[in-house]
Design a protein around this ligand. Structure first.
Ligand code: SF4
Length: 332
């Protein structure tokens, strides 16, 4: 077990484990049909010194897993310093990426040296034209293929981040097959979510699926994970929980722990329970443990928050731990 995994285990066993998404900029190259962040003004990059202090503070508060996101985090001039800071605090770190042309050889080497654990690339269709249109980035399929190949020569894992949307909900197997053929180590599924958040608006025509269609898609994914053993990190338990939520929110087995165990930190270092909710819990630079929410929430089906929350329910979480250990392909 490497030091970061040990650290996650230690914070988990001592009850202090938390996970954070840290959006280091709202600038993005992609113009996705289901995300409006690229339209935001003014354009903001978190200041380097502030972000480094924020990561230290997150570590002090038990955060052992950070997803560096944006916008496009690779456009931040100090992204390597942020990854390095995470590593120096034993924090497992993932960098999200929507524009794989930014994964240049030089940047990849620096990320590897800094101890980046995973690069998660948006990948929503096996069809180059559809992918290009949904992200509004020319030649993106070629760039994804090239990036995944080059990531293979480093210690960094690659993950295909696949959103269930209008174009792929009934043909997930084709998308999974393409992702694995291309050499992605892991696959993560994002559930379609609408958000009118001031900080992170999500939605749009591209994800205007009925609940029934999302349920069918999730059922097909659970089946494919079981039958074809695709390396999908979302646990079956969590996907079934989302199906319950979509059928009748009052029947979920695991509520969301946004604001207590999982959180969203924006480019001003303000902490919210998630991207969805407007309330600010505080600025991470001045927050204490007492500022975190303790009331579980069940207002939406956002993947990252809901999936990780299932790990914090004691005995009820045993099936999640078991699945994660058995597949050796859990989130960590
Ligand atoms: S359920 Fe949705 S709205 Fe509520 S905290 Fe979780 S991600 Fe946020």
């Amino acid at each position: 077990m490497n030091p970061k995994h040990k650290h996650i285990l230690r914070t988990f066993l001592t009850g202090s484990l938390r996970l954070a998404e840290f959006a280091v900029t709202n600038v993005c190259i992609a113009k996705c049909t289901f995300c409006a962040i690229w339209k935001q003004t003014p354009k903001v990059f978190v200041a380097k010194e502030k972000a480094l202090l924020a990561i230290d503070k997150l570590a002090d508060l038990g955060v052992s897993h950070i997803t560096l996101t944006g916008g496009e985090p690779l456009m931040h001039p100090n992204i390597i310093a942020f990854v390095s800071k995470c590593t120096s605090r034993n924090i497992y770190n993932t960098v999200l990426d929507a524009a794989p042309s930014l994964i240049t050889d030089d940047r990849l080497d620096l990320l590897d040296e800094a101890g980046n654990d995973m690069i998660s690339i948006s990948f929503d269709s096996e069809d180059p034209k559809v992918l290009e249109e949904s992200r509004q980035i020319p030649h993106i399929m070629r760039d994804v293929e090239d990036a995944v190949k080059r990531i293979k020569r480093t210690r960094i894992k690659s993950m295909a981040s696949i959103l269930i949307w209008n174009n792929n909900h009934d043909q997930m197997e084709k998308v999974f097959a393409k992702a694995t053929d291309m050499g992605f180590d892991l696959i993560s599924i994002s559930y379609p979510t609408f958000s009118e958040s001031v900080v992170y608006p999500l939605g749009g025509e591209g994800i205007s699926l009925s609940r029934d269609l999302v349920i069918k898609s999730l059922e097909s994914i659970i089946e494919l994970k079981k039958r074809k053993r695709y390396p999908i990190v979302n646990s079956r338990v969590s996907m079934e929980n989302i199906i319950r939520y979509l059928k009748d929110p009052s029947t979920v087995r695991y509520e969301c722990l946004g604001g207590s165990r999982v959180m969203f930190v924006d480019w001003f270092c303000e902490v919210r329970p998630c991207m969805q909710l407007p309330q600010v819990l505080g600025n991470i630079l001045t927050m204490t443990k007492d500022d975190f929410e303790t009331v579980p929430c069940n207002k939406c089906n956002m993947s990252w928050y809901r999936d990780f929350s299932t790990f914090f329910y004691g005995v009820k979480s045993f099936p999640v731990y078991w699945e994660s250990i058995a597949s050796s392909k859990g989130f960590f």
